[in-house]
Design a protein around this ligand. Structure first.
Ligand SMILES: Nc1ncnc2c1ncn2[C@@H]1O[C@H](COP(=O)(O)OP(=O)(O)OP(=O)(O)O)[C@@H](O)[C@H]1O
Length: 235
């Protein structure tokens, strides 16, 4: 379970997150929506222990994020799958070498590397691309690799920040199918997006932020109460 109680984060005079409270249970699929600058990335960074908070309480499991010492933060992050807005790959290393670097950091035993890498890359249909350099892949393919990398430690929770940004509809659907499949297998998914059509098409609980405040926590989902019901993708 993830729990936020009156969480606040300010940058100077800007309330990036203001008094946010919510509980996310294991196995939920939650969209985080809102206009640019609403505080989505800040919220996801708090949930993944990448950002400190000014006040309130943020808990992942029974771990209180604010009071973590450094090595505990490192341990906690290793239990989360994080897909950031900008996926950082080591540009001179192949996908295989990038994955190996990550598995080394995660302290996965070397004898398990090949099997683990094949498992996660096959799950996103990218096994054929392991000898390529990151820049030799399309944006959508890089995103799939980023998801595969986030799966290496088999995390119970995946936090993804706009994973379909800058993708065409077909690629966006493919990426979302991966998240839906993972969720069906029990993984908690917390996913920030601007894609109102996606949020309306496959409805899940939706947290809507505006000016740093949580203005809607809707278990029935949908981008907005006022959104056009015809505004959906055909799957
Ligand atoms: N490191 C920072 N320093 C100063 N202000 C910041 C910083 N990070 C975010 N902000 C400000 O906090 C507010 C929330 O930003 P955040 O990136 O969380 O929004 P967002 O909803 O993710 O936006 P987008 O959809 O454009 O990615 C914005 O006003 C932003 O300018």
């Amino acid at each position: 379970m993830i729990e936020l109680k009156n969480v606040t984060k300010k940058y100077g005079n800007v309330w990036a997150n203001k008094n946010i409270s919510c509980v996310i249970e294991q196995g939920e699929f939650v969209y985080v929506v809102g206009p640019s600058g609403a505080g989505k990335t800040t919220l996801l960074e708090i949930l993944s222990a990448q950002r400190s908070i000014d006040s309130g309480i943020a808990r992942i499991g029974n771990i209180e994020i604010e009071y973590l010492r450094n090595e505990q933060i490192y341990k906690l992050r290793r239990q989360l799958g994080i897909v950031s807005q900008k996926d950082l790959f080591l540009p001179r290393l192949t996908i295989k070498e990038n994955m190996e670097t990550c598995m080394s950091a995660l302290e996965i035993p070397t004898e398990k590397w090949e099997e683990r890498m094949a498992e996660v890359l096959t799950s996103v249909e990218m096994m054929l691309f392991i000898e390529r350099l990151p820049q030799e892949l399309s944006v959508g393919q890089q995103k799939k690799i980023a998801i595969a990398r986030a799966l290496l430690n088999d995390p119970p929770v995946i936090i993804a920040d706009e994973p379909t940004a800058n993708l065409d509809v077909k690629s966006a659907k493919e990426i979302m199918q991966i998240f839906f499949r993972l969720n069906q297998m029990g993984t908690t998914i917390i996913l920030a997006t601007h894609d109102s059509t996606m949020v309306n098409s496959l409805r899940h609980r939706t947290l809507e932020l505006k000016n740093g405040e949580l203005i809607r926590d809707d278990p029935d989902g949908g981008y907005s109460r006022f959104s056009d019901p015809k505004d959906v993708y055909v799957w």
